[in-house]
Design a protein around this ligand. Structure first.
Ligand code: GDP
Length: 454
């Protein structure tokens, strides 16, 4: 089963891709956020000695509530950044959490009582329309329970006492947090662990032949997964203990004229396959290089932020051209998707598809520490200064990754409207060169740095 979000906002699109609800844990330092994160994710608690001034980042963990996966986010890391005041940091931390998460858990310390920073966090959270639950932590005896009422002053209506260290009331906290969330019964946890692959491309490029060749491979264990809600038959291919689910919404396994007809008249089937996939195999006919129609499909894949491999099929028909020259002709340098030359009929290079899929999956799930991102930004700024428009100079304060799968990075700047497309392009191209994300989409957003407020 999977938890799906109910309301819509601009981040819903990315949530849909990610598919899971996100619960962010926010609050000032030392209230026990990391303990709570570890308890929720059922991780062994490790005491981390941090060097002063070293930025630890947000940590994402997969957790289960009532047989559903969700993503828990520990925002503790932002506290250690020495470039900002405590108030600035807490504002940025809550701002990111508000944007990223579906539900927020603010943690306070029953033993210490309300502090000024608690007021700042609560004030920021009260501005959001998202669900916020106040977890009064460290309540490990009855006496401390009386202290909980004191925290009503923060203005948050949903309050619960917990002890993260002693695992008290944690399930009740999650129940409260996910109270109004809807459940989708159609997918289960196993389903979410599979890598879903769509084979897409023009008619007659060899999609059917490719899928059937993969299914007929001797080392593959194949099973059909009939998706009752989606009106399609997918097939699972198990290789070396990993399951790859090939989506067959467009009926490409059928070797018939009927299939060609369906394909010709239904772009929406291709679109559906792309929407459901983690990674798309865009099949080209080597004899045609990349056609206008192929580029159109590639744009759809990019628009939906999916991973992609360009599969150049029918290599057996190409004579007297070396593979490297061919790939150059494909204008590889401009593409961030890897290209693989194959022949579905001759079964050439088919096994390389799986290792590329694994690599892209890894890239999509990568998280880069803010400290590394900021070093990178500094270098870029030194090389080419940000633009100055109408007497205002663009300042980039911070670049941070707010989610993965697909990776999503946010620039915090002084004036988003003077972040010119040319400068953004320069930064994105440098980013691709600096951090290897081959095959994975990357999303970049721009945000005005929040004002510190009391
Ligand atoms: P689809 O419409 O993309 O599913 O394409 P099909 O798989 O039906 O293939 C279209 C035609 O191309 C068929 O006649 C295949 O036999 C042929 N074909 C597919 N792959 C290859 C290949 O690697 N080499 C050659 N020479 N022909 C191929």
């Amino acid at each position: 089963m999977k938890l799906y979000r109910k309301s819509f906002n601009i981040f819903a699109y990315f949530e849909e891709i990610m598919g899971l609800y996100k619960l962010a844990i926010v609050g000032r330092a030392n209230v026990g956020k990391s303990y709570l994160f570890n308890t929720i994710c059922k991780k062994k608690i490790s005491i981390v000695h941090e060097r002063e001034g070293v930025t630890r980042d947000r940590i994402y963990g997969k957790a289960i509530f009532s047989n559903n996966y969700f993503t828990a986010i520990d925002t503790a890391g932002l506290e250690a950044n020495s470039n900002f005041s405590l108030i600035d940091e807490i504002s940025i931390q809550t701002q990111i959490a508000i944007e990223e998460a579906d539900v927020l858990v603010m943690v306070v310390d029953a033993k210490v009582g309300i502090t000024t920073l608690d007021h700042i966090v609560a004030k920021n959270l009260l501005k959001t329309k998202k669900r916020v639950v106040l977890a009064v932590n460290k309540v490990d005896n009855e006496k401390l329970k009386d202290k909980v009422f004191e925290f009503k002053k923060l203005g948050l209506s949903e309050i619960i006492d917990i002890s993260a260290a002693q695992n008290l009331n944690i399930n009740e906290l999650l129940e409260l947090a996910f109270q109004d969330f809807t459940f989708d019964e159609s997918t289960d946890i196993d389903e979410q662990n599979k890598t879903k692959i769509a084979i897409v491309g023009r008619t007659n490029v060899g999609k059917s032949t490719l899928l059937n060749a993969l299914l007929n491979e001797q080392r593959a264990v194949v099973s059909d997964t009939i998706s009752t809600t989606r009106d399609s038959i997918d097939c699972d291919i198990e290789i070396r203990g990993k399951t790859y689910t090939f989506i067959d919404t467009a009926g490409i396994r059928k070797k018939s004229k009927e299939k060609d007809l369906i394909e010709k008249f239904s772009h929406s089937l291709t679109l559906k396959s792309i929407e459901r996939a983690d990674i798309c195999l865009l099949v080209l006919d080597a004899q045609d290089l990349m056609t206008f129609q192929d580029k159109k499909i590639l744009q759809v894949i990019e628009k939906h932020s999916k991973g992609c491999i360009i599969i150049v099929n029918k290599w057996d028909k190409i004579k007297d051209v070396r593979q490297e020259h061919f790939l150059k002709m494909l204008n590889q340098s401009k593409l961030y998707f890897p290209a693989l030359i194959i022949s579905a009929i001759k079964k050439l290079n088919l096994n390389k598809i799986y290792s590329l899929i694994d690599q892209i999956k890894k890239n999509k799930e990568r998280t880069i520490q803010t400290s590394h991102l900021n070093k990178f930004i500094e270098k870029c700024i030194q090389k080419y200064h940000p633009p100055m428009i109408f007497g205002k100079r663009l300042k980039i304060y911070y670049l941070t990754q707010i989610k993965n799968n697909p990776p999503y990075f946010l620039f915090f700047v002084n004036y988003p409207n003077i972040f010119t497309p040319t400068y953004k392009k320069y930064l994105i191209n440098s980013f691709r060169k600096n951090f290897d994300f081959e095959g994975s989409p990357i999303i970049f957003g721009i945000k005005k740095k929040p004002q510190s407020s009391l």
